[in-house]
Write a new protein. Structure first.
Lengths: 314, 404
């Protein structure tokens, strides 16, 4: 009886100890960016997109999102720039940059917007519980079973992508493009939007391959493209890449630094909290200070004059 | 006989007009809390896809934590550095910190979308996340504060608890016994919790400053600096004693107690140094990064920064330099209130005013519901503070003799 109890306690202690040690091991040193070398990506060629909104339709069906106010074959929503939200994980916007065709009509440029699936995602680094993670296949994946709804991912995302269910009182979710995680996890699977695109404006493949493809297209036809692959370097690189004829800042794209935001925060966090050295050192310094300046707090002994005081007071 | 009597319950009338007002504000806030848990965050707040954090984070959490700094700064002064003269203010500061952190947790409970899942960070560790560190420190520190408070309960209920009305013998003796037992143990090891409280405070006060470092393109350059964690820590340390002056003056005034100026005046001499360090680092950082170019660009952010630094730091710092200000109850209160407002504005600036999300259609302003809940929470805090000082030995100041 006694032995069983003791061994049970031993096992429990060992389990707790290894759990703490395992977590502590993960805390050591700044974690390097987590993207796998052969992760997937998508190349969006803005010179090919015709703004048919079929990708929006496919996204809506694959993710079982609510029906939109205006049907997907209605071009009117293109008139005002939209953002992806909790009911639509991707949207297509239309921009006129001032370029004219041979009949002096403005040429539109259509831009599909969705989660960029960063190589070193700020949302995943920020997430308090690790509900957002960068998967081997490239997707930045959301696990609702861990989420507490703090919305720090929405603060962190440089592209302002994660959207929230503000009208669900108890079980709201963070919603964003999933990169069709389930579909691309299967052999030969492709994201819904890339699958449906009738003009092949979206190319799905290994990121390294589509990056090479993007360079190839720019080199082959320098008159058709500006020399900038958006997403190659922005915030440390993204799984989704864009090439365009028009400068990106005219198409609603943000000018972003090349360093991934988590590099600074994780360096600070792990610099201070590796092995908890800084808190332990501070504890030591303060203990020494207390020992030197206010020893009776530790020993519980009063010096003669102080005990006199105490009696007086009480 | 020392100048100050031992802390004791204050026998003052409870249901004053102010307390009745507090109760009304609490009830209003509660109605909106019900709305939040039936209609969702969107039903009562102006939170949006581009403003995911509002005043519940900027005020209830960030400002609440900063203004609870009196707890660890007075504990460090009186218990670690042995300045026993300031012993008298440690208990009210501890009570403020304990209630402050309790209400930070309550504010978070309302703010997070899945309130029932608030325990999950304790099991799902994400050590890259600054928010994880802040949350862990707040959870542990809250318990440290409760532990530090036990001796105060024990002192009051050592002889057993008496419930109003009829006596419940068994329960009363059991509670008294437990408190006595805990008090005897804690008496030996309290120094560990005192130091732990200071360490945890330093960790998460700075951690709160690190929170927005993940968004370099969104936080206005006037506030975005890699030194933000240090600035948060320095400002928290600097606001500790002014906050003690602020609340002690309000309490002693409201409850007609002696003014404690013999403690508060000298206490703010430390503030000259602490606030001076904060100001020097803040201005040095601005000069180094050249962000003064934004000060006079006419933007809301530029003005907010100027108000924050000029009225919240420079003016009260200059005031505190004058011995006359430190001796006058009114002037000392004014200077302290400015420091408190300055730090509060700094937190609001970092989390709300300076936070500019791309693609935002409109800038954030709190809704009636958000304000009602925040005001309701603060009212509840003051209400409980009032109950505590009435029934527990927290305040050392004595009631003024009724002069004829």
């Amino acid at each position: 009886m006694d032995i069983t109890r003791r061994s049970f306690l031993g096992v429990a202690a060992a389990g707790l100890g290894s759990a703490v040690a395992g977590n502590a091991a993960k805390a050591r040193g700044a974690t390097p960016p987590k993207h796998a070398p052969d992760a997937y990506g998508c190349l969006v060629d803005l010179t090919l997109c015709v703004g048919c909104r079929k990708c929006e339709l496919a996204c809506n069906q694959v993710n079982q999102l609510p029906e939109p106010d205006t049907p997907f074959d209605d071009p009117r929503p293109l008139d005002t720039p939209r953002r992806p939200d909790e009911k639509a994980y991707t949207v297509v916007n239309r921009y006129f940059t001032g370029r004219l065709d041979e009949r002096n009509a403005l040429i539109p440029t259509y831009v599909k917007v969705q989660c960029m699936h960063c190589q070193d995602p700020a949302c995943a680094s920020a997430c308090i519980v690790g509900a957002l993670t960068k998967k081997e296949n490239g997707a930045v994946h959301y696990d609702v079973s861990k989420c507490i709804g703090c919305r720090y991912c929405m603060i962190a995302c440089p592209f302002q992508i994660p959207a929230y269910d503000y009208f669900d009182p108890l079980t709201p979710e963070v919603r964003k493009c999933t990169f069709c995680f389930e579909r691309i996890s299967k052999e030969g699977g492709r994201p819904g939007c890339a699958d449906i695109c009738p003009v092949e404006a979206i190319t799905f493949g290994k990121r390294a391959d589509i990056l090479a493809l993007a360079r190839e297209r720019i080199t082959a036809d320098p008159g058709r493209y500006i020399d900038h692959i958006y997403g190659e370097k922005e915030v440390g690189g993204t799984s989704w890449l864009y090439i365009s004829r028009e400068p990106f800042h005219k198409l609603g794209f943000l000018k972003l630094p090349h360093e991934a935001p988590p590099r600074l925060t994780e360096t600070i966090q792990h610099g201070i909290f590796a092995y908890l050295w800084a808190p332990i050192a501070l504890f030591g310094v303060l203990t020494a200070a207390m020992w030197g300046l206010n020893r009776k707090q530790i020993t519980g002994e009063e010096s003669p004059d102080q005990s006199e005081n105490k009696e007086d007071a009480s | 006989m020392s100048a100050h009597a031992k802390p004791a319950p204050v026998d003052a009338p409870f249901w004053t007009p102010g307390v009745i007002l507090l109760a009304c504000l609490m009830a209003t806030g509660f109605l909106f809390v019900v709305g939040r848990f039936t209609g969702g965050l969107g039903a009562v707040s102006n939170l949006s896809q581009t403003s995911p954090w509002g005043i519940w984070i900027g005020v209830d959490v960030a400002t609440g934590v900063a203004l609870a700094a009196g707890g660890f700064t007075t504990a460090a002064l009186a218990h670690i550095f042995g300045r026993e003269h300031y012993e008298a203010v440690t208990r009210p500061a501890l009570l403020t910190a304990m209630l402050g952190y309790t209400f930070v947790s309550l504010g978070l409970f309302i703010d997070i979308g899945r309130s029932w899942a608030i325990w999950k960070p304790i099991f799902y560790w994400q050590t890259n996340s600054v928010l994880f560190e802040v949350a862990m420190c707040v959870v542990i520190y809250l318990h440290v504060l409760y532990i530090e408070f036990i001796p105060i309960l024990a002192e009051r209920f050592r002889q057993g608890v008496t419930f109003p009305g009829r006596r419940l013998w068994v329960l009363e003796d059991v509670i008294g016994g437990i408190l006595n037992f805990l008090d005897r143990i804690l008496d030996k090891i309290m120094w560990v919790f005192i130091i732990l409280g200071v360490v945890l405070s330093c960790m998460h006060q700075s951690g709160l400053g690190s929170l927005l470092l993940i968004a370099p393109t969104k936080l206005h350059p006037l506030w975005y600096t890699p030194l933000l964690p240090l600035l948060f820590l320095l400002s928290a340390i600097a606001v500790g004693y002014p906050m003690v002056v602020f609340e002690t003056t309000l309490t002693t005034k409201a409850m007609k107690l002696k003014d404690e100026m013999d403690i508060l005046g000298p206490l703010t001499r430390f503030t000259i140094i602490l606030l001076g360090i904060y100001l020097a680092v803040k201005l040095g950082d601005m000069a180094h990064r050249g962000t003064y170019v934004y000060l006079c660009d006419g933007s809301v952010q530029g003005k907010a920064f100027l108000v924050e630094v000029f009225f919240g730091v420079i003016v009260p710092w200059c005031m505190l330099l004058l011995p006359g200000v430190r001796r006058s109850r009114g002037w000392l209160f004014a200077a302290s209130a400015l420091v408190v407002c300055g730090v509060a504005l700094n937190r609001v600036n970092v989390f709300l005013v300076g936070f500019q999300a791309p693609y935002a259609q409109q800038s954030y302003f709190p809704s009636v519901g958000e304000l009602a809940i925040t005001i309701g929470l603060i009212s509840t805090l003051i209400f409980i503070y009032r109950i505590c000082v009435k029934y527990l030995p927290v305040l050392s100041a004595r009631r003024l003799e009724v002069s004829s």
